[in-house]
Every structure is written in structure tokens, then in C-alpha cells.
Design a protein around this ligand. Structure first.
Ligand code: ATP
Ligand code: MG
Length: 780
């Protein structure tokens, strides 16, 4: 252990060896907070503390896994296995399962992911005959989620006239009724949604003092990473569990609190010292992650926030390169710049794909980047899209499995009762739902006892329903002897799923089959893995819980070499040698939706701080002057965050010059075919606003006005063209001049008539494909 402690600096060592009592480590990015937590746990174990008594909560399961691995290298594998470590959701799902009966849930309760919740809410809205344009199910879901995370139960809701009033003001007076119905339906179905995992844990700990005591005694030592992003529900759980022994260690950085929109409460970290007696406060100041340039630039930006704890962050690392700022004409160009920079860097410096990350504000931005990476044959992976377990075919298989352990699971049932098709239509389903609600029974129970119910269906349908019940029951019998893998293998075959996906032989069908195979492989791994851990039984419920709580980040086994693409929110806690932050434009980042109040803007700024501090060696900031958003070409101006960085840390690659609206100039944006998937005549676009990057310039409020594409933007007719080489004798090998891209050599000509395109290698802009009817080229 001594050897490992020497890998910490003095400031880090102090909190690491401070085992007893409440303590907080507040420190900036990259200063070793996560490292302190990791080494502290190893140190505690080396001092004889039983790993079963240590609970540590991380932001992602991936982070927990990595911590555990690191601890295992210090104290040995077998001991590290016994640590309670994971996200709030995964740790407390496990506890809830053990205590489920107290709350009236089956211990085999299943978990609804957001998609399941959405579907149930949509169906409730429909059953209640509400206008789905007023009651948008996603908004309703997020409202319900925020009630739950603030511990507002249905009863509390109806007791609070202010809440009812607020929803009525938002034109949703029936909000409370939907909430009530949703909660009842979930309960009846024996399922919990993500927020329930925290809400019900709170309920468990407050209603049952003996249970609280049991877990207080078990978790004598509690550690929380990324404490700044805990919500109220999580805060209360930590408080309750740590109340007896008060051995609580939290680490965090208020400057990296970025989940307020999901209920995170920055006050949890700001008020920690008031919550416990004799809190020891530790500060770390030395950053080990990034170059001086990056650290100083990040400091200069976070300095602009008014609400913050004062912190010092410095580094002994090299000066490093300045941060590169790059302007592109379009989002397509931006993608190409990023791809070509990665490509060159890889060549020149012998780097791997995994040395690079591309971070963006919104998922939609990945498309243009992906296109460019693909053209350069650079392997990449997008994180945070649809997770593997949410793909259709995978959810189909999982729904059968969910029904096996919990036939009450309504959403699972609805999903597969008629998939593969069994002739059980929507009308029958509607009858079953109405009847189930009437009898206060589950749909499955109604189906099973169809003769004793008021459901009117013909005898053919009745047989079909009974066959489905028999099918699921036969799986339940098998589940008593088979492991997860054997069971799933049997289910996919006998349910007809495989036949269904194999049927048409389309590429999609093949991909689906491959995914199912991958799922089965994963199950095999799970079964093998469970055999090694004596503690767990390796049952189906546990497997389903694992996958329900898996995030896309968790699926990454770290073996493939790819560029990482993700939103900044997802990148928290991670680090990469080279980081591109793309789409740094006003209204995109900061987001148009987050500029109304100072606190919203400050959260955007913290987000930018998180993004920048992910970089170890080099950061690139890019923005485009125009970008496709919602199918339209929108003009944009550089983000204020670029301006806010002290300019000595910046290397502005492209001069940021004034650009005025000029239809002829804009025309050649369309000339760049890769970006012009939309007919320019149909595009409405805004004039460019002044895009001046000068320190101190704050005038962002120049008037915005909309114009339709002017007449002179019409495609030039074959005979009438005079400004281009549309019908000229342009040939491969010609050297041409373009008013924006400069000189370049024609590499290829393709297409006919109005669609003639030339691929031109520009000295500065690189390879571009231009539509000749728009590109104004001059042969030189
Ligand atoms: P974030 O705020 O982004 O979560 P953090 O404070 O948790 O950052 P870590 O991820 O623990 O910081 O550390 C940042 C990097 O610095 C890691 O690569 C870590 O291994 C390294 N590091 C931390 N402390 C030391 C040290 N004393 N000596 C060498 N490397 C260190
Ligand atoms: Mg960290």
C-alpha cells in the first residue's frame, strides 16, 4: 500500500488516509478527486475495513467498474469483488429487490426504461381521451419524473394546491390524474421506473426504521463521486444512510454541475458543511490532466460565472499548444475539418483513434461529423444514442424474459403478445386493458381467466390468448432449471422471433439476427461471470436488472480503437488526449433554450468548462457560419464562450472576419454539394449577423430578419448561365479559382446537365465536391 500512497501528492494524501468522519473534497477538474476516492477505498481495506461495509456511488457503472479494477490491482481481486459500488440506481435496485415485499412489490419486479414509461403514459393519455398535442407524453413523463425526484408522491401532489395550479396554468389540469393512473398501473404491473428506484428507496428508509438501521450498519463508510450532480432524492438517501456513523466522504466540483435540467441540485455540494458536524474540507489544486494552456483557458472561462466557490487550479504540466479555433462555412465543412485534422494528427504523430474525442452539445450534430469520418475511413463510435438493449429486436427478446419472471409487466406484454403476429389485434388488446382496469387485475390474469371475465371475444381469439398464456407458462417452468442463456436461446427459437427476423432476408433482418446473437453471447458471459461470484445466484431477474440499468457507456469494453463521439453531458469525468468541441455557435452552445436567465447561462458555461477540461494535450474549438438545423440552413455566429477565453491561450486558425449577407456568396455554399441535400430555392435563410470576434465586443443583439432565397439564387439555366462553368469545357486537371476556396485542381467530373459536379482539390479548403451551376469557378 505504501508504494501506492507515494503516487499521490500531499494534498491528495490527506483525504485519502482520513477515514473517519464527514468530509468533502472540493476541487477543480483533473485534480485527482476520483483518484483520491479510489486510493482511499484501497487504503481503508488495507487497514482491515471489510469491503462489505463500504458503499461507493459513482455517476456511471463504467466508472464503478474502472475503480473496482484499479482497487483490485492494489488489494487483490477477491476482496475488491465484495465492494458495494455502482450508480445510485444499480445499488439501490439491488437493495429494493431484497426488501421489495415490505413495499408491496414482488422481489422479481421488473424495470421500465424511459421508452416503456413513455409508452404507458401515451396509452394513459389516450385512454383518458386527452388531447395528445396538449398532453405531450414526453413532457408529461419529465413532469412526473421531477415530482418523483422531489419526493412528491401522488398523495402529496393532491394535497398541494400550488402544484395543481401550476399544471392548470400550463394547460394540463389533468396532470395529477395521469400521475395517479401511471403510478397505479406501474404498481399493479409489479414494475418500477428509474425514478422509483430512488423514490422507493427513500420510502423504504423512512417507513421502516429497522431497515434503515440494517443498512446504516452495513454501509459504515460511504463515498460519493460527482456529488455536485446529485438530486434531492439521492441526497436524502445518502443523508439517511450516513446518519448513524457519519463516515461520509463526498467529492465534487461545483463548477462541473451540469444536470440541473434533470433535477440535480448544486446546493447539495454547497451546503454539505451545514449538513454534518465537524466536516473536514479538503482542496486539491494541482491538475494532472491537461497542459498549462488548457488549464488556464478553462480557468479564464469559469471565472465569468458569478455563482461559484473560489478555487485554484494550476498544473506543472507543459505549456502545450494553444487551443485551436476553427471557423467553417457549413457544418459539413466543420465535419471535414475535424476528420482531416484527426487524420493528419494520426499520421504525423502516430496516434490511435482512441486518442481523440469529439464532443457536442446535442446528439443531432453527430451526423455531419460521422459522414466526414466515414469518408476518411476513421473508425468512430457514438455514445449515448440508442443503447444496445433498447434496440427493437433486443427489447423484443427481453420483453419475453420480463414476462417470464413478471407476467404482470404490462409494457412487456403489449410488446410481444402479437409479435411475432398471432392474430391478436388492437381491438382485443383494448378490451383486455379495459377489463383489467375494471377488475383491478393484470392483463395476464384476465387472459388466463378469460371465461370468468366480461371480455367478449370470439372463440378463435380466445384460443389464441390461451395459447399465449400457455407459451409463457411453459417458459416459466423452464426458468426453474435453465440458466439465462439456455432460456433465452429456447425463447427466441420457440416464440417464432428468429423465424420472424429471418423471414425476409433483408439486410435489416440480418443485422437483427446478429444483434440477437450478440445478446445471447452477452448472456453466456453473464452466466460464466456469475459462476465465479459465490455471492450471487445469477438469475434472470438480476440479468434483466443489469441490462435495464446499463447505459451505452457501459457496453464499451475498451477493446476497439475508435474516435469517441458523445455529448458533453456524457463526457463528464472522462479524459482524452485530443478533444474537439464542435458547434460552438450562439443558440446552439449556449443553447437557445438556456439563455433566459443568468443561472441557465451559467450552467451552459459550466458545461463548456467540463468539455474543455476533458482535453489532455490539445483542444480544438470549431464553429460553422451556417448549419442545417431542422432541415433548414441557418446562419450562425460564434459562441460567446470563444470570446470569453483569454485570447493569449487561443490560436485562431481561420481569421474571423466580418461577413455580411450576400446572396452570391451564399450561393456557393450551396455549390458545395455534400451540404446541399435541400433545394436551395426552398430554403429560407437568415442573413449572417456580424460575426466579430473581438475582446469586449458584446453587441449580440443585431436585428434578425428572415428573407426567402432571392431570385438570383435560382439555378442558372443551361443557356442563361453566365457566372459559372456549368456548361463549359471544364476537364480533369484544370486548375481553377473559387472565390472562397482559392485555387484548386479538378480531380473528377461527374453527373449530367444541371447536376454536373466537380471534385476539386483546393490548396486550402482540401477536397470539395461542387455543383457547377452554383460554384463560380474561373479557369486559371
Ligand atoms: P474530474 O473533475 O474531471 O472528474 P478528477 O478530479 O476526478 O477530474 P482524476 O480523473 O482523478 O481527476 O485525475 C485526472 C488525471 O490525473 C487522471 O489521469 C489521474 O490518473 C491523474 N492524476 C491524478 N493525481 C495524480 C498524481 N498525484 N500523479 C499522477 N497522476 C495523477
Ligand atoms: Mg472525477
Amino acid at each position: 500500500m505504501e508504494k501506492y500512497l507515494s503516487q499521490l501528492n500531499d494534498a491528495q494524501l490527506e483525504p485519502t488516509v482520513q477515514i473517519e468522519g464527514p468530509m468533502i473534497v472540493i476541487a477543480g477538474a483533473g485534480s485527482g478527486k476520483t483518484r483520491v476516492l479510489t486510493y482511499r477505498i484501497a487504503y481503508m481495506m488495507s487497514k482491515g475495513i471489510d469491503p462489505f461495509n463500504i458503499l461507493s456511488l459513482t455517476f456511471t457503472n463504467k466508472a464503478a467498474r474502472e475503480m473496482k479494477e484499479r482497487i483490485a490491482t492494489i488489494v487483490g481481486d477477491s476482496e475488491a469483488k465484495n465492494l458495494w459500488m455502482g450508480t445510485f440506481h444499480s445499488v439501490f435496485a439491488r437493495i429494493l429487490r431484497a426488501e421489495a415485499d415490505k413495499l408491496g412489490y414482488p422481489s422479481n419486479f421488473t424495470i421500465y426504461d424511459t421508452q416503456d414509461s413513455d409508452r404507458l403514459i401515451a396509452s394513459i393519455i389516450k385512454e383518458m381521451n386527452l388531447d395528445k398535442d396538449v398532453y405531450k407524453y414526453k413532457q408529461v413523463r419529465s413532469r412526473i419524473s421531477s415530482y418523483k425526484n422531489s419526493l412528491i408522491t401522488v398523495r402529496a401532489y393532491f394535497q398541494n394546491p400550488e402544484l395543481k395550479e401550476a399544471d392548470a396554468m400550463a394547460r394540463r389540469p389533468r396532470m395529477g390524474d395521469i400521475y395517479k393512473e401511471y403510478v397505479e398501473r406501474c404498481f399493479k404491473a409489479g414494475v418500477m421506473d428509474f425514478d422509483d428506484l430512488l423514490l422507493k428507496t427513500n420510502e423504504l428508509l423512512t417507513r421502516f426504521p429497522d431497515v434503515l438501521m440494517k443498512y446504516q450498519n452495513r454501509f459504515r463508510y460511504i463515498l460519493v463521486d460527482e456529488y455536485q450532480d446529485t438530486n434531492h432524492s439521492q441526497y436524502l438517501i445518502v443523508r439517511a444512510l450516513s446518519d448513524k456513523f457519519q463516515n461520509i466522504c463526498v467529492v465534487g466540483d461545483d463548477a462541473q454541475s451540469i444536470y440541473a435540467f434533470r433535477g440535480a441540485n448544486i446546493n447539495n455540494i454547497l451546503n454539505f458543511q451545514k449538513d454534518y458536524d465537524d466536516v473536514k474540507v479538503f482542496r486539491l489544486e494541482q491538475n494532472y490532466r491537461s497542459t498549462k494552456n488548457i488549464v488556464n483557458a478553462a480557468n479564464s472561462i469559469i471565472d465569468k460565472n458569478q455563482t461559484k466557490l473560489d478555487k485554484i487550479v494550476w498544473t506543472a504540466n507543459d505549456e502545450g499548444e494553444q487551443i485551436k479555433v476553427h471557423r467553417s462555412l457549413t457544418d459539413g465543412d466543420e465535419g471535414r475539418y475535424v476528420a482531416s485534422t484527426i487524420w493528419e494528427n494520426k499520421m504525423n504523430n502516430q496516434l490511435k483513434n482512441s486518442d481523440f474525442a469529439i464532443l457536442y452539445r446535442t446528439n443531432a450534430q453527430s451526423r455531419a461529423i460521422e459522414d466526414a469520418l466515414r469518408k476518411r475511413d476513421i473508425k468512430y463510435r457514438i455514445y449515448g444514442g440508442l443503447s444496445f438493449y433498447q434496440r427493437k429486436e433486443i427489447k423484443d427478446v427481453l420483453s419475453y424474459l420480463r414476462l417470464i419472471i413478471n407476467p404482470a409487466d404490462e409494457e412487456a406484454l403489449k410488446r410481444v403478445i402479437n409479435f411475432p403476429p398471432r392474430g391478436i389485434g388492437q381491438t382485443t388488446m383494448d378490451k383486455l386493458i379495459v377489463s383489467a382496469n375494471g377488475y383491478n387485475r393484470t392483463i395476464f390474469e384476465v387472459m388466463k381467466n378469460i371465461d370468468k371475465t366480461n371480455v367478449k371475444v370470439n372463440s378463435g381469439t380466445k384460443t389464441k390468448l390461451q395459447n399465449f398464456v400457455t407459451l409463457i407458462e411453459s417458459y416459466q417452468v423452464l426458468n426453474q432449471t435453465a440458466d439465462v442463456f439456455e432460456l433465452a436461446e429456447h425463447v427466441t427459437r420457440t416464440s417464432g422471433l428468429i423465424r420472424e427476423f429471418n423471414k425476409d432476408g433483408t439486410p435489416e433482418g440480418v443485422t437483427r439476427m446478429e444483434n440477437i446473437e450478440e445478446l445471447l453471447n452477452g448472456m453466456k458471459d453473464f452466466v460464466e461471470g456469475q459462476k465465479e461470484i459465490a455471492d450471487t445466484t445469477g438469475n434472470l431477474a438480476e440479468f434483466l436488472e443489469d441490462v435495464a440499468l446499463a447505459t451505452d457507456l457501459d457496453a464499451d469494453k475498451g477493446d476497439a480503437d475508435h474516435v469517441a463521439l458523445m455529448t458533453i453531458h456524457l463526457a463528464k469525468g472522462l479524459e482524452f488526449p485530443y478533444v474537439f468541441i464542435v458547434g460552438l455557435e450562439e443558440d446552439l452552445f449556449p443553447s437557445a433554450m438556456s439563455m433566459n436567465t443568468r443561472s441557465e447561462l451559467e450552467e451552459e458555461r459550466r458545461l463548456f468548462y467540463v468539455a474543455l477540461t476533458r482535453a489532455e494535450k490539445q483542444a480544438y474549438l470549431t464553429y460553422a457560419l451556417s448549419r442545417y438545423r431542422w432541415g433548414k440552413l441557418i446562419d450562425s455566429e460564434p459562441s460567446r464562450f470563444i470570446e470569453e477565453i483569454d485570447e493569449q491561450y487561443l490560436d485562431v486558425v481561420t481569421p474571423i472576419e466580418e461577413r455580411r449577407f450576400n446572396p452570391m456568396l451564399d450561393a456557393d455554399i450551396f455549390g458545395d454539394v455534400e451540404d446541399s441535400k435541400v433545394n436551395p430555392n426552398k430554403i429560407r435563410f437568415k442573413p449572417a449577423k456580424k460575426a466579430v470576434l473581438k475582446k469586449g465586443s458584446t453587441n449580440k443583439t443585431q436585428e434578425k430578419f428572415q428573407v426567402t432565397a432571392p431570385k438570383n439564387l435560382k439555378p442558372v439555366s443551361k443557356t442563361g448561365g453566365n457566372t459559372n462553368l456549368f456548361d463549359s469545357k471544364l476537364v480533369v486537371g484544370n486548375v481553377v479559382k473559387h472565390i472562397r476556396f482559392g485555387t484548386g485542381k479538378v480531380m473528377k467530373i461527374e453527373g449530367k446537365g444541371a447536376d454536373i459536379k466537380a471534385e476539386i482539390n483546393f490548396q486550402h479548403g482540401g477536397l470539395k465536391k461542387l455543383l457547377l451551376r452554383f460554384a463560380k469557378l474561373e479557369v486559371v
